[in-house]
Design a protein around this ligand. Sequence first.
Ligand SMILES: [Zn+2]
Length: 389
Amino acid sequence: MKKTELGGSNKALSSSVRKVNRNLIFRHLYHHPGLSKQELSEALNLSLPTLTQNLSELLERGLICNDETKKQSTGGRKARTLNVRGDAGFAVGLDVTAHHLSGAVINLLGEIVSSSRVRIPFAAEEAYFRFMARFIEQMLDAANVNRSRVLGVGLAVPAIVSRDGQQLTYASILNFTHGRLSDFAQHIPYPCRFVNDADAGGFAEYWNNGSLHESGRDRGILYLMVSNSVGGAFFLDGESYPGQNRRANEFGHITLHPEGRRCYCGQPGCADAYLNTKLLSDPYDGNLQLFFDALDAGDAQAAALWEVYERDLALLINSLRMAYDCDIVLGGYLGNFMGEERLRALRALLAERNHFDSSGDYLIACAYKREAAAVGAGLSYINDLLLSV
Ligand SMILES: [Zn+2]
């Protein structure tokens, strides 16, 4: 009996070593496409037989492919290079907001293969959830996705999500506090999960920024989402920090002006009451683009609005820099309009306020525009696959 037990545990050990190696190989290839078998073996310090065995398994599962390319190092001779297959898996991300539904389908490489956006007010009703399911199928059709390859649907919501991910514990923007995942997912034939919208947007930027290293260790990134509401997320070592009550990084409710304007949360002076982008867009037909067009054209009303807004924004960003001491990505609707010149002006205000930093270069413009939250919600499924192969 003893021998059998020992045999069993050895078997378990070797199977777990094999899994670790396989995952190491897959993730290395994911981040370094186009390596030859030899290069991969050297980079990971794995013997060729071990590597060959794992590669066969990954090839068999359709997760990687063996491409024939001309490499300069071989003097124009054809060489075999290994790559992760983008079409091995797909994820859908939806960004559910009070007035719009946006979505993206991304492939295993994190590339957007189809996206869509419609103006539709959120309503916690059967008809809305049915529409959502159709919206997903239309995007999958547009990209001609084999449905058996759909890993899941991430639903980015402007809400606080319960620890088990099954319920919205605070969702005043959607007016659906206590809304359940089963309501949203009732017509969707794929695995679904909620992701807080700022967490999702932040994750997309974090992924894109390359901060998510293979080893899982990095410098951290803070994502400040400035849209019709203000929120954010903080990522370090591959994970977002959720806080004890899943309410970390609610930057919109940091007090900016005590005794100030009333926030939708009921408290006076919250950052959200001074920085939500409706303050800029409302006088311009609710269109943020029109506000920035007016600002660029020298419109006095727009300039006066922006001057106050920009100072308040600098106040909040400087406080976040003091608290986190890491790079800050400015995203959300506002991020779309932060061109080089505007960013430079904001960085100068930040440098003025900060005793430690001589420049505001730690502030970075977001890479994704409108689709960040949808992409990030989808990426959560891609990331799961990456970690579990
Ligand atoms: Zn508030």
